[in-house]
Design a binder for this molecule. Structure first.
Ligand code: NAD
Length: 244
């Protein structure tokens, strides 16, 4: 079953599911007004990732990189969780296991009330000292200085995994353990699944018996491997298929 699958029949099969693994990408926050990376109005149409989301760029021009993060922090601070974040949180609160692996650096899943979340690419609200490695939260928008400083006086960077960096091995270990658990469904929502590890995690859970469902208006690098592709917007579809 692939594109064009009937939403009501998916709703019926999801209804009985008690354990959901959900892999989210920037598309889950699109209906909150936060631009995705690769869509028509995505960041990469205006900015070049290699100029902004790399350690190399930060070392060369920290203020320039920080100005981009300042802009994104302002958008995220002004955004609200949408129907997708709310439907997932509601499902968790109602007693189902809904474990989220998110590539997003925003906090809209948390603000919707969701509890079980692993951020694989970090958080836009955390800073990390470039000298000491200390991680601290700073939600001020705008930040008092660009670049912001650690209490030790050295420059801080966003605590985010950049394109020329590896995932935090502690986070990877947590996700590896999670995908080995037993789930009824794996939902891949609003992600291009460009990164190998995202596809591997989804396939690993599927290999253990979960039904792999993709929710995305478009086809992606994962589509050929899924059991069902639902072509729709995250908020509109999740609100229906996760309704009690
Ligand atoms: P991406 O930009 O590569 O892909 C976005 C995907 O979302 C596309 O497949 C698109 O078709 C889909 N989409 C767009 N609107 C949608 C909607 N309403 N409902 C469902 N799907 C929708 O994003 P990605 O795959 O998440 O790329 C990963 C990178 O993007 C990560 O590094 C992540 O940290 C970063 N990112 C995060 C945020 C955020 O935190 N909100 C925003 C932009 C980018």
């Amino acid at each position: 079953m692939k594109a064009g699958h009937d939403i009501s029949s998916i709703k019926h099969s999801v209804r009985g599911a008690r354990r959901l693994l959900v892999i989210t990408g920037s598309g889950v926050s699109a209906e909150s007004g936060i631009p995705t990376f690769r869509d028509v109005n995505g960041w990469w149409k205006t900015y070049k990732p290699e100029e902004l989301a790399t350690k190399e760029a930060f070392n060369r021009e920290p203020a320039e990189v920080w100005r981009w993060y300042e802009m994104r922090r302002a958008i995220i601070a002004g955004a609200e969780p949408n129907l997708a974040h709310q439907a997932l949180a509601r499902a968790e609160i109602s007693g189902r296991r809904v474990a989220i692996i998110t590539q997003n650096v925003d906090d809209l899943h948390e603000r919707a009330g969701h509890r079980e979340i692993i951020h694989v690419h970090g958080s836009i609200w955390q800073l990390r000292c470039t000298a000491e490695g200390t991680v601290f939260e700073d939600r001020r928008v705008p930040l008092p200085t660009i670049p912001p400083l650690c209490t030790c006086g050295q420059i801080a960077r966003p605590n985010i995994v950049w394109w020329d960096e590896e995932l935090d091995p502690l986070v990877t270990a947590r996700v590896d353990a999670l995908v080995k658990e037993s789930f009824d469904f794996v939902l891949a929502v609003g992600t291009e699944a460009t990164f190998d590890y995202i596809r591997q995690w989804a396939l690993s859970a599927k290999a253990r018996g979960a039904l792999l469902v993709e929710l995305n208006p478009r086809t992606t690098a994962l589509t050929s491997a899924v059991d069902m592709h639902i072509g729709g917007k995250a908020g509109e579809v999740l609100d229906v298929i996760l309704a009690e």
